[in-house]
Design a protein. Structure first.
Lengths: 672, 841
């Protein structure tokens, strides 16, 4: 295991420069930068980590400050703009042998003054520089005394990021779009969003916003309402009938087929179209029902259709052709696509409902519906859902919640949600659960369905359930819910909807193409062999390899979205589609599917985590988080009332909320 | 309310108040540099850093709202050190050209350094010179002097809505520049220059005209449009060298190109400086006595031989209310005729008659600051940027800062479009159908102001019945807009707490304008926009004193203060006809160049027939060249008196400089002539004239107050009459079916023809053009910039084509201002729209 030479990361000093046994330090960093070249040093907002003793820390610090000042400093506050310039020039003078020891004092003095900066980039950039001056003073003095000249050594690669941006699976430049709103520049804001997010109206409404869990403002009071601000930027455009400003590059020759008009497919198409590639999307559903899981899985009271359609229409207007009513594997084969197009991107999603494993579910009872997602799709498309008047939905995710709420809107007298764990353990978003509660859904928590009951005609009349309680801790220490003997009871109903999850339906992929499929029924793509210091593979939260090129084992075929990641979120699929677009482009232009420095850094930082929940953030908490207006009362869930429930911010409210943002940019730089 | 302590003083302020504002309430002044009250806080300079107990870092007072119970310190050793060091950093690489910097003496950076005792420089960095933008018109930018306070960018974006400049680049190289790096191409309002605390953005015409402290500063009111912005003339050696406006004024210091740069007309070589009289066929210079005698004698001769009604006079929205009052007195009393009118006849006068009859008030229903917080705004039939920029800034403020919904109804795409939630790009002539459509859609959706309508207006059923005659689809089709757009616009302006409706010349000068204005008044009643805390009905006018001119009776149909006249005189077009027929033999043009009016080919022919043409003007206009007597007059900066804005604010002029050459103030010329004609020896003055008018009419009955050295307010009220009623009109007037129609109107770079004698305005907008829809241009084979010929029954003009998507199929637009292009010559009567033939020239 590689020993750390020096680290000041997280304010913990580990100094093994003297050699010997040395102290150990653990970092969530891969030992290589790109799977091959060893990581020599890491410099950033929280200190310096030196893995290779040959790293010249003064030179690296000077280069770090040069990049902060010339490439990233926004120039919008005096200490930041001028202070980092003085720091940069001072460090350069030291390296050039044109400085005195007093200049080290200037660095310390400015570090203190830069605490008064407007945002975080410049002040956080003084942290590693001050550490360098403090702990590598002799090296600096050697330069000052002319005893040392810089030797060529390492390549430096930097990445400008922010905790929220890092946490966002699509890596939207969140501080930039919030700043746009703060400056009443809603157009600039939306442009910043679209750099990484082609469905802003969607992710301004239904995103689970993991960014907000990594918002540094949380360390002061509450996170910024990042998601709703995205909606504000997106709504501003259509509410002012502004033509989207995107201008695709001149049309290129090589073509791309995309399977599935869901978030991943649309995102890939959007970014490829911007680059000038003719893209054709094959979508199984009919025209007007594009959007994949967003369309079929998210009801219109959360995601108004005209806005989803507007986002899709914008993508079409950029030259993307969407062929509807065409299921790949049935109406056209994957082999045909591969032959017809230069590249194929598979983004079919995860639309197959999982079975519950309950007695009676396979009997074909009338009133036992196929699955939550199928129910939502039928309701949305206006097809008969087979729903009666008293509906029981089984599951605890967002789809289950959507089902109970849609059931009310489709005319159910009673709508039950049955979930085997407690309310706070539900994977569904809290606000969705609360929304269902407000609309009059009856919850049965810690209840497990055991049997579907039907009458002589095969009509469902109820579902037999048993109450659950937490059992003794198992080997992992986790207490699993166990049935309580004798607690069996029956919920009378005429409809049961299982909504316990979906997985991809990959039947369209013929075995002879060489595309591998995992045991979780997801598509295998190539990855960067990152290992940690202990030699273990770096994995993401879904158990996939941390950093993937998204090319399958079949040349020219790429995969992304739920079918590659496993069922996850809209925003994750959009991030996946965006990366796929970039890799596909490289593959089309250079014949290689690879990641760039920016993407290596993105994945490395994402693994490391940029947000620190324990950081003490000094700020006056005088403005509380804003909350968007909402339609209240049971009326909002009345029959066929699919009007939007959440109303967004007024523009002035959005500006006030944006003003809360601390603009937590920071720069990471590695030496390789 | 929030309670807090600042420097030991207990303070209670409203929630959301910043620490800076809270401190100011108890007289604690926290130093600032980048803070500008009228735009959003930037927090760039960090000079206003304060300490808050319990918060380790400093907080900037300008953008930190207060919190209950906090204890703030604004002065401490630590803060002084931080502020000084920040200033020292700000001065790193700041050029030392203060002795020749235009901002020297009025530089906030100098003042801040002085105030914070920043006398040394601890820091240094490698100097990089940034390119000075000498290649911009009117404005010069020296980024080396920039402290990046962003005031200019914020004023440009948040107030003007122009987005011409931005913060570009990174790090020390960060500067303010145009977004694309090309030379500045904007509205040239110069509000950025005014906001700049240093010598970074400076006025080119003012550069090196003198040190700021050597100028005499005269508070006055802008003499261009009817918004009446409060200004200061800076004069030296008898010349006005710049115009500024203080942020404390009614207009928050915001001006347009005309207000800020248009003053150069004062120094135009086309000014008339001596009286002229015609001898034979040539004009010769004369002294005042001779010119007066010539005019007086001739007038008396004509009255004696042909009667008083052989004389007519045209007043001017450019001269003061007092002067217009005296002018009508001259015509009515000294000459004895009601043949008096003005260019207000083209639209504003007629629109005002309708409003006055229907609603009871003249001018706007409220002052334009009631636009700021309106919940919805409808701007119809005007390019507000061109006709009343100051009102446009308020609409922008309402829409961007205060969440107003904005509906723009205009035949062309104008600047406000980007702020509008709905742009009803109606077909030329479609105004009545459009307004009726809006009313119908509002009623359909039940969004009329029920409380207002039920309480104050009698006959909603009559309106409903009339509107039921046509379907919304028919009305939409007649207006040339989509039915869905009408419904949407109805939801935007209907059912709102307060609504502001602004309208201008495209409505007032359309065919059947009276019906359309009446319908708009009905819409105002239906939306309840009158008499509330915010909103109102606001006519706009591109000339500075049209309202005052009408108030004092420069019109053939009423006496001063809208008192009934026993006999009606001839109006503008009847006067022209009278001259043609020989019934009118003498014409007095007061500050009004009839040769630039609509159908001026006809007018010029008529003027040539006159036995006596008296022209009193500041310029040697084409009319002046035809005149028998020319009286050189003083311009607005050279006289006293008052202007009345379209929203009924009466504001005094300040005399900054003496009149050009031998010119005299218009009231002084008129007074002498009056005395000569009547053999009276009355001594007049503006104050005396106002007193006389107030004796005749209660209209200006209120007291004048002096606010910050400016006289404002006469208590002119816009009272809503009782017994309001809708006057429904069922038949939308269908537009004529000419293949092409030309709209003639104002553009933002100019105001009337006055600014075409301003070198500053001409430097950014030197000549006229003819805007044509791209598809039409393609059909005709006309390229952008190529010459096209446009002909109507009244004449034909040739000009450069400007190919654009802003107009619509079949519609051309030409600016009214340029005498060379003379777009007005194609018009007939009052309408600003005329059927034309278009061909390649």
């Amino acid at each position: 295991m590689a020993q750390v030479v020096f680290s000041s990361w997280g304010r913990n000093i580990v100094d093994n420069r003297a050699g010997g046994a040395g102290a150990e330090a653990q970092f969530r960093l891969p030992v290589t930068y790109d799977g091959e070249r060893p990581m020599a040093a890491f410099m950033g907002w929280d200190g310096i980590i030196v893995f290779n003793k040959d790293v010249d820390v003064p030179v690296m610090a000077a280069e770090y400050m040069r990049r902060v000042q010339t490439l990233y400093c926004c120039g919008k506050c005096t200490p930041g703009k001028k202070g980092t310039r003085v720091l940069m020039d001072t460090l350069a003078a030291i390296i050039a042998g044109n400085a005195t020891e007093a200049d080290l004092g200037t660095i310390e003095d400015l570090t203190d003054l830069l605490k008064n900066c407007k945002c975080t980039l410049c002040q956080s950039s003084t942290v590693p520089v001050l550490d360098a001056v403090k702990f590598f003073r002799d090296d600096f003095l050697a330069y000052i005394n002319g005893a040392k000249t810089p030797a060529s050594g390492f390549n430096y690669i930097d990445k400008y990021t922010a905790p929220c941006q890092d946490k966002c699976p699509a890596h939207i430049d969140i501080p930039a779009y919030i700043e746009g709103i703060k400056e009443y520049q809603f157009g600039h804001s939306l442009s910043a969003i679209r750099e990484n997010m082609p469905l802003p109206s969607v992710c301004g409404r239904v995103c689970p916003h993991p960014c907000e869990t990594a918002c540094r403002r949380k360390n002061v009071d509450e996170p910024i309402s990042i998601m709703v601000l995205k909606r504000s930027a997106s709504d501003y455009e259509w509410q002012h009938k502004i033509e989207p400003p995107m201008q695709p590059k001149p049309r290129k020759n090589k073509t791309v087929a995309v399977v599935g008009a869901g978030p991943a497919g649309l995102a890939a198409a959007y970014y490829l179209a911007l680059e000038g590639y003719p893209v054709t999307i094959y979508e199984a559903l009919p025209a007007g029902f594009g959007g994949g899981m967003v369309a079929v899985g998210i009801p219109p009271y959360r995601q108004p259709r005209h806005l989803l359609q507007r986002d899709i229409d914008i993508i079409s207007s950029m030259g993307v052709e969407i062929i509807y009513n065409t299921r790949v594997g049935k109406d056209i084969t994957l082999a045909e696509l591969k032959a017809k197009y230069n590249a194929v991107f598979l983004a079919p999603g995860a639309h197959r409902s999982k079975p519950m494993g309950v007695e009676g579910e396979d009997k074909g009872y009338k009133g036992f519906l196929k699955g939550g997602i199928d129910f939502l799709r039928d309701a949305y498309m206006g097809s008969p859902t087979g729903m009666g008047k008293k509906v029981v939905v089984v599951g605890g995710g967002n789809t289950a919640i959507d089902c109970v709420r849609v059931a009310l809107r489709e005319g159910a007298d009673e709508s039950y949600l049955v979930y085997r764990r407690s309310r706070k353990e539900m994977p569904a978003d809290v606000w969705e659960v609360d929304g269902a509660d407000e609309e009059g859904v009856t919850f049965e928590f810690q209840v497990l369905p055991t049997k579907i009951i039907a009458d002589g005609n095969g009509q469902v009349t109820g579902v037999e359930c048993v109450r659950m309680a937490l059992g003794e801790p198992d080997a992992s220490g986790r207490r699993r819910p166990e049935p309580v003997a004798g607690s069996e009871f029956v919920i009378e109903c005429d409809t049961v909807i299982p909504a316990i999850g979906q997985d991809p339906d990959l039947g369209f992929i013929p075995p002879d193409l060489g595309i591998d499929i995992t045991k979780w029924n997801t598509i295998v793509t190539k990855y960067i062999p990152y290992k940690d210091a202990a030699g273990k593979d770096l994995k993401d939260g879904m158990g996939n390899f941390q950093s993937r090129t998204l090319i399958t084992d079949c040349n020219g075929v790429f995969a992304g979205g739920d079918a590659e990641i496993g069922p996850l979120t809209v925003v994750a699929c959009i991030g996946s589609g965006h990366r796929a677009a970039k890799v596909v482009q490289r593959w089309l232009e250079e014949g290689k599917a690879y990641l760039t420095d920016d993407e290596y850094m993105e994945d490395i930082l994402n693994y490391m985590g940029v947000y620190d929940k324990n950081e003490s953030v000094s700020w006056l908490d005088s403005v509380a988080r804003a909350h968007q207006a909402e339609v209240h009362g049971k009326e909002r869930a009345s029959y066929k009332n699919y009007c939007e429930v959440e109303l967004g911010f007024t523009n002035s409210q959005a500006v006030r909320e944006a003003e809360r943002c601390l603009r937590c940019y920071r720069l990471a730089m590695v030496a390789v | 309310m929030v309670n807090l302590t600042i420097d030991g003083k207990n303070i209670t302020v409203a929630k959301g108040t910043t620490i800076l504002d809270a401190a100011a309430t108890v007289g604690i002044k926290i130093p600032t540099l980048c803070w500008l009250q009228k735009v959003s806080p930037t927090g760039a300079c960090r000079v206003c850093a304060v300490e808050v107990e319990g918060v380790e870092r400093t907080m900037t007072a300008c953008n930190t709202p207060v919190k209950e119970g906090i204890n703030v310190t604004t002065q401490s050793e630590r803060l002084t050190k931080i502020r000084r060091k920040v200033m020292e950093l700000m001065l790193v690489n700041h050029p030392l050209d203060c002795p020749v910097c235009d901002a020297g003496g009025e530089c906030d950076l100098q003042n801040a350094c002085y105030g914070l005792d920043v006398a040394k420089q601890e820091y240094s960095a490698v100097l990089e010179k940034r390119q000075i933008r000498y290649d911009w018109p009117l404005i010069e930018s020296d980024p080396n002097r920039c402290i990046l306070c962003e005031k200019c960018v914020k004023v440009d974006h948040e107030i003007v809505g122009c987005d011409a400049i931005a913060v570009v680049n990174r790090g020390e190289a960060t500067v303010i520049d145009t977004v694309d790096g090309k030379p500045l191409n904007c509205e040239f309002c110069g509000n950025c220059v005014a906001a700049c605390p240093t010598g970074t953005l400076i006025s080119k015409p003012f550069k090196f005209r003198g040190r700021p402290w050597t100028f005499k500063i005269t508070k006055s009111v802008c003499a261009f449009c009817g918004t009446g912005c409060q200004i200061e003339y800076h004069s030296r050696n008898g010349r006005v060298e710049r115009v500024t406006s203080d942020d404390g004024t009614f207009n928050n210091g915001n001006l347009c190109i005309n207000g800020r740069f248009g003053y150069s007309y004062l120094n135009s070589p086309e000014r008339i400086t001596v009286p002229l009289v015609k001898e034979g066929s040539v004009q010769i210079e004369a002294d005042w006595n001779r010119a007066m005698a010539y005019a007086g004698d001739k007038l008396q001769d004509i009255v004696k031989t042909s009667g008083a009604d052989a004389v007519a006079g045209i007043g001017s929205p450019r001269v003061t209310t007092e002067e217009n009052f005296l002018f009508q007195k001259l015509m009515r009393v000294a000459v004895g005729t009601n043949n008096i009118d003005s260019e207000a006849r083209l639209g504003y006068a007629g629109a005002q008659s309708v409003i006055r009859e229907k609603l009871g008030f003249t001018g706007a229903s409220a002052a334009i600051d009631k636009i700021d917080a309106a919940a919805a705004v409808l701007v119809i039939g005007t390019d507000l940027n061109a006709e009343a920029t100051g009102a446009e800034y308020r609409v922008i403020k309402a829409a961007t800062k205060n969440d107003a919904k904005l509906v723009l109804a205009n035949m062309r795409d104008v600047k406000l479009k980007k702020f509008a939630n709905s742009h009803l790009k109606y077909r030329p002539g479609g105004e009545l159908a459009l307004i009726n459509g809006l009313m119908k859609a509002i009623l359909d959706a039940g969004l009329e102001d029920k409380e207002f309508v039920q309480g104050k207006v009698g006959n909603l059923d009559a309106l409903k019945a009339a509107l039921s005659g046509s379907s919304l689809a028919d009305l939409a089709a007649a207006a040339g807009v989509a039915e869905g757009y009408l419904r949407e616009a109805a939801t935007l302006i209907g059912g709102k707490k307060s609504v502001a409706i602004l309208f201008g010349s495209d409505l007032m000068r359309s065919n059947h304008a009276a019906e359309k204005v009446a319908a708009l008044a009905d819409l105002a009643l239906l939306t309840g926009c009158l008499g509330k805390e915010s909103g109102g009905l606001f006519p706009v006018d591109a000339k500075n004193n049209t309202q005052g001119l009408l108030d004092v009776g420069v019109t053939p149909d009423h006496l001063p203060g809208y008192q009934a006249s026993a006999a009606k005189g001839k109006d503008l077009w009847q006067i022209v006809e009278g001259i043609e027929q020989g019934a009118i033999k003498a014409l007095y043009l007061l500050g009004s160049d009839l040769t630039t009016f609509p159908n001026n080919g006809r007018i010029k022919k008529a003027l040539a027939k006159l036995e006596l043409l008296i022209v009193q003007d500041i310029f040697n206009s084409e009319a002046a060249q035809l005149a028998h007597v020319v009286f050189p007059a003083a311009a607005a900066a050279e006289k006293s008196g008052s202007f009345t804005t379209t929203d009924n604010r009466v504001q005094c002029l300040g005399k900054a400089v003496d009149g050009a050459g031998d010119s005299r103030e218009d009231w002084d010329i008129l007074a002498e002539l009056y005395n000569r004609l009547t053999l009276a020896g009355h001594v007049y003055s503006p104050a005396e004239l106002l007193r006389e008018f107030k004796e005749l009419s209660p209209l200006y009955g209120g007291e004048r107050t002096i606010v910050d050295g400016r006289c404002v307010g006469t208590g002119k009220q816009a009272a809503l009459k009782t017994g309001l009623a809708f006057t429904p009109l069922t038949s939308p007037v269908a537009g004529a079916a000419d293949q092409f129609r030309l709209l003639v109107g104002a553009i933002g770079y100019h105001n009337g023809t006055m600014s075409t004698r301003s070198a500053n305005n001409l430097s950014v907008s030197p000549e006229g053009y003819i805007e044509i829809f791209a598809a039409d241009a393609a059909k005709l084979g006309v390229a952008d910039g190529a010459a096209i010929k446009v002909s109507s029954a009244a004449g034909s003009i040739t000009g450069k084509a400007r190919v654009s998507e802003k107009v619509q199929p079949g519609l051309l637009f030409a600016p009214v201002h340029f005498r060379d292009l003379n777009a007005n010559s194609l018009l007939e009567g009052n309408a600003n729209l005329v059927g034309v033939k278009v061909e390649k020239a």
